[in-house]
Each structure stands twice: as C-alpha cells, then as structure tokens.
Write a protein that binds this ligand. Structure first.
Ligand code: C5P
Length: 237
C-alpha cells in the first residue's frame, strides 16, 4: 500500500496575531510548514506530501520546499487552498495520483508531531481501520454552554464526563476511498469541518482513536509559539 500526506496550510492564523499566513511563520528560524512537511516525510511509509498553500502563497511555498533539505525518497506537490480547512483538504484529495490507498491529513499548525505517532496512525489504517485519529485525554474539565454575546456570562448546559473525552490531533489517517466519499457527500455549512474524521463519522463509518502525543499540539495562539520553540530547543540539546 502507498501512503500520501495532505497538509492543509492555507489558513491565515488570525488567532496567532497579525503577520504572514500561520504556516509560513518561523519556529526557531524555519517556517512552521517546513517542520510539518519534515514530520510527515520522516515516516518511511509516506511516499508523497501534498501541501495546500494559501491562495496567494503557492510560489512562496514551492521555493521554501526547494530551499530546505527534505528526504529524497519523498515526492512533493504544492496546490492552492480554499476558504475553509474542509475545502483545502478536498482540493488536496483531488490532487492525489492513482496508486495511493492511504491518506493522512495533517495540519501545518502541528509542526512537531513525532514520527512514531505518524507511523502508529498509518499502521492502524493498514491493519484495517478505515479512519484513525490520534488523541489525548483532556487536562481541563469541559462545559457545554449556551453561547452569549462576547463578555456576557454564558449559562452552562452540560458537563460531559471528562474521562470519556479526547482532544484529537493530526495526522488523521484514512482509507483513501472512505475519505474521498466523505468529502464528496458530507455537506457542512459555515466554517466547515474542523476535523476530517468527523465527516467520516457522518457516513456511519467507524472511527478509532490511537494515543496521540503532547508534542502534536496545535500552534494556535501566541503562547503556543513559545512552547513550540522550547520543544525544538530541547530536541537539539
Ligand atoms: O484554523 P485551524 O488552526 O483549525 O487550521 C488548521 C489547519 O487548516 C491549519 O494548518 C491551516 O493552515 C489549515 N487551513 C487551510 N485552509 C483554510 C483554513 C485553514 O488549509 N481555509
């Protein structure tokens, strides 16, 4: 079986503050996207990495890939993304060549996922699970609320049992045909799907969770940049 990784990297990263598209911001001098690409290419099972670039950023992404050291055994493809993460992933799937039967979808915003986590996801798909997500237990208790205007106190509706909740990460791994079917049939409005496995769930196809990793956290807010750079510094030490 052949595995490809699709990396949606077309987001603006508004929550990170003003500046370049999130995926192009540097972590210890190297763009976040390059870290994420290397994290996928680090798996010997991954033969192709498809990067979904910001609408005006495809040329820049291509030159970044050309100017950073990447494994020779991996092929790279750069395409242009859409308005939502879901659209960007769909465009990535449309660009996959024949012969790929397992697809990973990995956020550029999770640049530090260890290769063992990537391999564990691929292994579970190979073993027969059509949809596999890495996830971790939650540190915080979670409340469901009735949303109110910004700043207004929000009434609590429910407190789901924390022990049964998982915070999901990427790469999420799929049987290719299953993920393509999900993206062709599941229509979501607004922001679209924030998670590919959720679309597969809507097909009624079972999704399983495997252990995630602390270092697969998503770089979303300014503090996450501090943590990511500290993790990189510790790896080099
Ligand atoms: O916004 P969020 O952090 O959930 O984005 C997750 C990933 O989806 C990021 O890597 C981001 O670049 C990507 N994305 C995309 N196209 C969009 C919006 C987000 O590829 N239109």
């Amino acid at each position: 079986s052949r595995t490809a990784a699709v990396i949606p990297a077309a987001g603006r990263g508004v929550r990170l503050g003003p500046g370049a598209p999130k995926a192009l911001r540097p972590l210890n001098g190297t763009p976040m996207l390059i870290h994420a690409v290397r994290a996928m290419a680090a798996s010997r099972a991954v033969s192709l990495v498809v990067v979904v670039a910001p609408p005006d950023g495809a040329a820049e992404v291509k030159s970044l890939l050309a100017s950073h050291a990447l494994p020779e055994r991996t092929d790279f493809l750069v395409i242009t993304g859409g308005d939502t993460r879901q659209e960007s992933v769909k465009l990535g799937l449309d660009a996959l060549p024949p012969g790929i039967d397992i697809v990973l979808v990995h956020d550029a915003a999770r640049p530090l996922v260890p290769v063992d986590t990537v391999d564990a996801v691929i292994e579970a798909v190979r073993a027969g699970d059509p949809a596999v997500v890495p996830a971790l237990p939650l540190a915080d208790t979670v409340k469901q609320v009735e949303p109110r205007e910004k700043g207004e106190p929000e009434p609590v509706v429910a407190t789901p049992e924390r022990a049964r909740l998982r915070a999901v990460q990427t790469p999420q791994g799929f049987d290719r045909a299953t993920l393509v079917r999900a993206h062709e049939t599941v229509a979501l409005s607004g922001e679209g799907a924030t998670d590919d496995a959720g679309m597969v769930e809507q097909l009624g196809v079972p999704v399983v969770v495997v252990p995630g990793h602390e270092e697969a956290f998503k770089v979303t807010r300014p503090l996450d940049l501090v943590l990511a750079e500290a993790v990189l510094a510790r790896r080099r030490a």
